[in-house]
Design a protein around this ligand. Structure first.
Ligand SMILES: [Zn+2]
Length: 472
């Protein structure tokens, strides 16, 4: 006699979960042994489910995969789908996170910050480099939102005392991009930062970044070289990566093999081989560069020169006839040279490989709808700053509905471009690292010069570029 398949669950198991939980998580309890609830599910992530349900149910949970058709039969046989408030609440949370991310994306925001405080939690977006409060959430709703994010990004929801890093792939319609998730324990709970990644390079172009015509001509000449090193320096958030991607986009041809090693991959580029750094498996920058050199590359982009080994491998790659593009944390184009020498790069090798050093910053542009002119008063400027004659008035940020009351709208990159000429090559080789005279004589436009230009033109405020104006 053939066995009749039954989907009925014994009552003592059935009552372990509610109907809403069964339908929401698509789980069926099949046994309870020694304090462990065994469940069947068709969820694509049984492991994540185990973690979430063990907290909700207060028992250890073991989830076993089952085909969707059977789960559906179990569900309809044993539970009744209802729409009570708790179910609606779960859906609401799902929608809130989805809405939050979609809104941040629409705003052109790069990061979402979620922070618990004593009375409530706030959500801030980073817009044009500055944080702006967008929502507040009650302290009772906050833990659910955090758990949801942690589950989606593969983090341990029971671990609240250590910082964790994870990733979410966000999908809405045709839009798909990665989000880097980072959690940190703070006084009133976990703070979460979501970084929106993998932006499309469709809108990125060298022409639109902020280069002057002459700067762009010089820069293009350097990156058209089949070999050598072009370095971009600046602090985090100065737009270095965007400049590099716009460059790669231009160099991306059928005839060239371009390899990148990045951490994280911030934009995706069709036709370029992008590799994610994986330090947990010892696939770091030097290891990747070694592998790249066996892959017959023409152009290599190294996300960042962080240490001596990466600096050494970068030089080696350039010496063997490749164009290498990278970034480094220094304050000026010339400071990059001393930094590399500090990283134990022999000055004669540096002199023969580096073709251009660039420093860059992103400067917020004043909102054209509300900026206000003011007269020049020396006490508004850094003491060391010489106020140029043509600066007779400047503009202040005010704030209006058009600019989310920030006073600013959009940003522009300013550059300091230093081509390594024969004369500079000699200076590097002989460790003559004082070049103020050279900069003046060769009319190199420094970051300070370009920042001053923006103030004169009324494009930005003194406050926004104060640090650059003070820098001599
Ligand atoms: Zn405005």
């Amino acid at each position: 006699m053939s066995e009749v398949k039954t989907f009925e669950i014994p009552i003592h198991l059935k009552q372990l979960i509610t109907s809403n939980q069964a339908f929401h998580y698509r789980v069926i309890p099949i046994a309870k042994e020694e304090g462990v609830i065994h469940l069947k599910t068709d969820s694509p992530d049984p492991q994540g489910l185990q973690k979430e349900l063990s907290i909700i149910l207060g028992y250890e949970v073991l989830a076993i995969s089952e085909i969707a058709e059977n789960i559906q039969s179990y569900l309809t046989f044993n539970y009744r789908k209802t729409t009570n408030s708790s179910n609606e609440k779960l859906q609401y949370e799902d929608q809130f996170l989805q809405k939050l991310i979609a809104t941040a994306k629409d705003f052109g925001s790069s990061d979402i910050h979620m922070e618990p405080y004593e009375k409530q939690c706030r959500v801030r977006f980073r817009l044009d480099g500055k944080l702006k409060e967008q929502y507040t959430i009650s302290n009772t709703e906050y833990p659910q939102l955090i758990n949801q994010i942690k589950i989606q990004s593969g983090l341990d929801i029971s671990q609240k005392r250590l910082a964790q890093d994870g990733r979410i792939t966000f999908k809405e319609g045709a839009d798909e991009f990665d989000i880097r998730v980072s959690t940190m324990p703070t006084l009133y709970g976990e703070k979460i930062v979501l970084r929106l990644l993998n932006r499309n390079t469709q809108d990125v172009s060298l022409e639109d970044l902020g280069f002057t015509e002459e700067e762009l001509k010089n820069y293009r000449e350097a990156v058209k070289n089949p070999q050598g090193i072009v370095l971009i320096s600046g602090p985090t958030g100065s737009g270095k990566t965007t400049t590099l991607y716009a460059t790669l986009k231009e160099l991306n041809k059928e005839t060239t093999n371009i390899l990148t090693i990045e951490d994280p991959i911030e934009y995706t580029l069709e036709g370029i081989n992008q590799v994610q750094l994986r330090e947990d498996i010892e696939f770091d920058f030097p290891a990747a560069l070694r592998a790249f050199l066996r892959q017959d590359p023409d152009i290599i982009m190294v996300g960042e020169i962080r240490d001596d080994r990466t600096a050494g491998m970068t030089i080696k790659a350039a010496l063997t006839g490749h164009l290498v593009l990278s970034t480094i944390h220094t304050n000026s184009a010339w400071a990059t040279i001393s930094r590399l020498i500090d990283m134990n790069v022999p000055s004669f090798l540096l002199a023969s490989t580096i073709t251009m050093s660039i420093a860059q910053r992103l400067v917020r542009k004043l909102c054209p709808h509300c900026k206000q002119p003011t007269t020049v008063d020396s006490k508004d400027f850094p003491q060391s700053f010489e106020i140029p004659e043509e600066l007779t008035k400047h503009y202040m940020a005010v704030g209006c509905n058009q600019c989310y009351h920030t006073g600013y709208m959009g940003r522009k990159a300013i550059y300091e471009i230093l081509p390594v000429t024969k004369e500079l090559e000699k200076a590097i080789r002989h460790n003559e690292l004082e070049i103020d005279m050279y900069i003046e004589q060769n009319n190199i436009k420094t970051l300070q010069h370009n920042a001053t230009r923006m103030v004169i033109d009324g494009d930005t405020s003194v406050e926004e570029v104060y640090a650059l104006l003070a820098d001599n």
